[in-house]
Structures are given as C-alpha cells and as structure tokens.
Design a protein around this ligand. Structure first.
Ligand code: GLN
Length: 389
C-alpha cells in the first residue's frame, strides 16, 4: 500500500476550506481581504484587559474540560436575560474551541451510520466536511434569492425516519438571511413530527439590521430538549482567533457532546474563557453600538459594490454580502475571484464554495464587511477598476 493509499476515505471527499485559502491568496497578492469573515479592527479594550489580567493572575492551566465555571455561569445568566429561561451551567453548557468545534462535536455526539441531516443550501462551508467526518448523509433544502426563502414542500420532503438533525444557521452565512419565527416554527414542527434534533449555529445572533429579530429555536414550544445551540465569542466580541465557543443542550445531549469534546481538544484556552465571562457581562449598550457600527459598514459596502456593478443581496443579519456577478460576463465565480484577487487587488469568496454543485454558485461572490472604514474604502477604490461586460 502506498502512503497515499493510507489516507482515509473521509478527507478524500472534501477540499481544504476555500474561505481560508482566499485569505492566503489575499496575503500572497497583497489584496484587500474581504474573504474570510474576521474583523481587522481591534477587539474592545476592556475585554483584552480581562484576558491580560487572567494570564497575569496565572490562569494558565487547563480549565475543567467542559469550560470554566465563570464562563458557563456568565453564559447561563446571559441566556436568562435573552430568553427568560434557566439553563444549568453544570449540566447544559459546554465550552469548546470555537463554534467550529461545537458543531463537529455535536455531530460526532449524535450521528450514527445511516443517519441523515438536513442542510439549507447555500450553506456555510464547514457543514459539508462536518457531515462527512461524522458520517451523516446529507439532504439539502434550497434557499432562493432574493429573500432566501425556502419551499415548504421541499423542506417537508427532506425529512424522513432516518433524519437525525437539521442544521440551521441564523443569522445566515453566506446569505444574510434571518430566519423568521414562522419559518423556524415550521422547522420545529417537522423536528417533532420526525423526532429529530435542531442544531442551530447562532454565532451572528447580535449582528442584525433594519429591526430584524433573532428567534431562538430552543425557546420555541417543544424544542428545549431537542435543540443544540452553538455560539461563540468570535463574532460578538471581535475575537475570532481566541477560539472560544459553546454548546447549549439538554443534560443528556450535553453529556455526549462533553465526552466528544474532552477527547477532541480537552478544552478551550483558559485565560480567554475568563475574559469571555467578563465580556458576557457587558451592558446592553455594547450590543446596541455593535449593531449600529455593523449597519454603517453594511451600508458602506452595499454602496461600494453596487457602484462597482454588482447586484447585491441586502443582508438582514451577519456580516456578508452575497452578490450576483452575471453583469461582468465571467464564465465562473472561480475565474472572477481569481481576477479580483490578482488584478484588482480584492479578495472575496467564490459562491460555489457554498453549494454542493459548483454550477449553482458559479455566478455568485461573497464579500465580508467586518472591516475598518479605510479597508472598505480601499476595496472600493480598487473595485472601481472592474468593467462590466
Ligand atoms: N465564518 C467565517 C467565514 O465564513 C470564517 C470561518 C473560519 O474561517 N473559521 O468567513
């Protein structure tokens, strides 16, 4: 057997992340990076100070595997404020290395061979490899532009007796859709009808526009015990490199997630968890300012992209703009993204990385706007050089 043949069938079924590759391309070509979604502005100084304090106080060893008590308590208190519901930090909250680990640990903890999961498409890139790694069979439900609505019949037919879970990402990456209450209620009814789980990735729950409301699946009737909610400090507090996320689920589910998490990673960085406990106690004003700033950035990038000739889907949440590139006359999103990064000097994510069939995303490009005004303006200056067909 050659070394190559020793590779498991699993990684052979997916490629490296296109999103993260685009960041490497941006560095290589000295391009303005509007691809991978991470802020280029500083994290709040008081949160950084809390992390420094923790290291100086010698919080430098493992926390207990499912998360520092302070952070789990802070998450429970925050959830109480947001939902009015009580969550037991000792049994229902697990801290992990980013929501990325939260998702794969949740799937590994629940998926058996033959189990199916339902995924909305376009989807956040990770969910496909997550499904392959955990051994789940995927069923897709399409989100249709311009509103990224789904067809109720299509959703219903995606469920059957093999369905173990549906993954919902709201506010949604890459589309900016915020699932409405009636949509989530439809999904909740199907989860109850087919006795399956809702795994909700709510990492953008505080990044909302134009009065959009974030509805939490775990608070809907009959969903408390069958919802696994995944969240993180990354987007809310602009600390994507800290890798501190968490999973909220009923004690039985949490117990399984905790075991997988323990043997995958043992735990997230302890001093950063303590800083997270501090961050989660910030006043409501923090979240108001966060929204206001992101609204300004969204509007700025919408204007820049529209000016440059893109047809934009205005996001209601999260920090990405999906665009339609038909007017530029490129054969594919890959060719267009390559032209953008090499010749124009702006990195963005090719739409095909959010679809199972590349043809479905081949006239779409995703830009992120979690960037300083200067960065967005620099991208704008460069994008003006683009020519329409
Ligand atoms: N969520 C971000 C994006 O979609 C970055 C994800 C990551 O690279 N971990 O761009």
């Amino acid at each position: 057997m050659s070394i190559k043949q020793m590779i498991s069938a699993k990684p052979l079924q997916f490629t490296e992340s296109v999103i993260r590759e685009m960041t490497r391309q941006a560095l290589l070509h000295n391009a303005v990076n509007l691809s991978q979604g991470f802020p280029d502005f500083p994290a709040p100084p008081e949160i950084k100070a809390a992390a420094i304090r923790a290291i100086e106080a010698d919080v430098n060893q493992y926390s207990i595997t499912w998360g520092s008590k302070n952070l789990r308590n802070a998450i429970a208190t925050r959830l109480k404020t947001l939902t009015g519901m009580e969550f037991d930090p000792e049994a229902e909250i697990t801290v992990c290395c980013g929501s990325t680990e939260g998702m794969i640990a949740s799937l590994l903890a629940t998926i058996n061979p033959g189990d199916e999961i339902v995924i909305f498409e376009p989807f956040y890139e990770n969910y496909n490899p997550d499904a392959i790694i955990s051994g789940a069979t995927r069923r897709y439900v399409r989100l249709h532009p311009p509103n990224w609505s789904f067809d109720s019949r299509e959703l219903e037919t995606a469920f059957n007796s093999h369905t173990k879970a549906i993954i919902i990402n709201t506010p949604n990456n890459p589309t900016g859709k915020v699932f409405r209450r009636d949509e989530l209620e439809q999904i909740a009814a199907l989860c109850q009808k087919w006795n399956c789980l809702a795994i909700t990735d709510e990492i953008y729950d505080h990044i909302l526009y134009d009065g959009a409301e974030h509805v939490r699946m775990l608070a809907l009737d009959g969903m408390h015990d069958r919802t696994i909610t995944i969240n993180s400090l990354s987007k809310t507090f602009s600390v994507t490199g800290w890798r501190v996320g968490y999973v909220v689920a009923s004690p039985e589910l949490s117990n399984a997630v905790r075991k997988v998490h323990d043997f995958l990673t043992v735990g997230a960085a302890h001093p950063l968890q303590e800083a997270g406990a501090f961050a989660l106690q910030l006043e409501p004003d923090y979240y108001r300012v966060l929204r206001a700033k992101y609204t300004e950035r969204r509007d700025m990038l919408l204007a820049i992209l529209t000016d440059a000739g893109f047809r934009c889907h205005k996001p209601m949440g999260a920090y990405y703009i999906m665009t339609d590139i038909h007017d530029f006359g490129f054969a594919s999103d890959m060719a267009f993204a390559e032209h953008l990064v090499k010749n124009i000097g702006v990195a963005a994510v090719p739409g095909s990385s959010f679809y199972r069939e590349s043809k479905d995303g081949n006239q779409q490009i995703r830009f992120c706007f979690c960037k300083r005004d200067e960065t967005l303006q620099a991208a704008g200056d460069r994008l003006r050089r683009l020519r329409k067909k």
